[in-house]
Write a protein that binds this ligand. Structure first.
Ligand SMILES: [Mg+2]
Length: 266
């Protein structure tokens, strides 16, 4: 099935929300905020913030699902009333406190070891190493030789005998995480079930959002739940994401247009 442009099919895309308990799952980087060279410089526009706040007052659940630490995502979005899942499904915030899934804890030393090895190997290059508590990322979007950095980082990790981590490759960065079976998809599934959602719209732009799209489709095929997957196209949109998308948005700017329209639609 080919994904349709969302802005040309607005009413159709959100129609289920008038009939059932509905959810909205949003990635941050590349979905709500433009991708920038330094992750800490990314921002969310006031228009997106306002639209998401309005939708949170109407929908059963609005959840931010990000690779950033949950607290960092919350600070960036700046809305108290949302649910936040961070570190690719391993962290969440409840009553103001950050919790890390206990299955991730036994691998803290392994992640730390991989981090030290990558720092040693890539510390003097133009790579940006983002430390995220239970995981870390190596960014090379603006590196002179991105492939060399990726190779260097992966090699540094591989050399660590018995180091129990998993590596997820995203757009111009790699994520290094505990080897647990938690991801954006497991987060979406558990929230759809705990909130008894009849429908959800899920938006993302990168490889780790594929898990969320896939899990939503799986749920939809085995229950009365329905999902609408929206891929935000930036540079090099992963093919696997497009394959599972129902609709596409061309940019973060189009996402702002869509959310603003929805927030103003009764
Ligand atoms: Mg993203």
């Amino acid at each position: 099935m080919t994904a349709k442009p969302l802005l040309a099919n607005l009413e159709e895309a959100i129609a289920p929300y008038r009939e059932t308990a509905s959810g909205l799952f949003l990635d941050i980087d590349g979905t709500l905020s433009e991708i920038v060279p330094l992750p800490h410089e990314a921002t969310i526009s006031p228009a997106i913030r306002a639209a998401v706040a309005t939708l949170a007052s109407r929908l059963e659940l609005v959840c931010i699902v990000t690779g950033r630490p949950a607290a960092n995502g919350k600070r960036m979005v700046g809305l108290e009333q949302l649910t936040y899942v961070g570190n690719h499904g391993m962290e969440w915030i409840q009553e103001g406190n950050v919790f890390t899934d206990r299955t991730a804890a036994p691998y803290a030393a392994d992640v730390e070891r991989a981090l030290e090895a990558v720092k040693q190997q890539c510390g003097r290059t133009d790579a940006i190493i983002e430390e995220k508590a239970c995981s870390f990322a190596v960014h090379y979007r603006n590196s002179a030789d991105p492939q060399a950095i990726e190779h260097m980082a992966l090699e540094a990790i591989e050399k660590q005998d018995g180091c129990r981590v998993r590596v997820l490759t995203g757009k111009a960065h790699i994520n290094v995480l505990p080897p647990v079976t938690l991801n954006k998809g497991t987060a979406v599934r558990s929230l759809v079930e705990s909130h008894r959602l009849g429908w959800a719209l899920i938006a993302g732009d990168d490889v780790t959002d594929i898990d969320a799209f896939r899990e939503a489709r799986d749920l939809a095929s085995t229950s009365g739940f329905r999902c609408t997957n929206v891929a935000v196209l930036g540079e090099d949109c992963p093919e696997g994401l497009l394959e599972l998308a129902d609709y596409t948005l061309g940019s973060v700017g189009e996402m702002e247009g869509f959310l603003t329209w929805w927030a103003h639609t009764p």
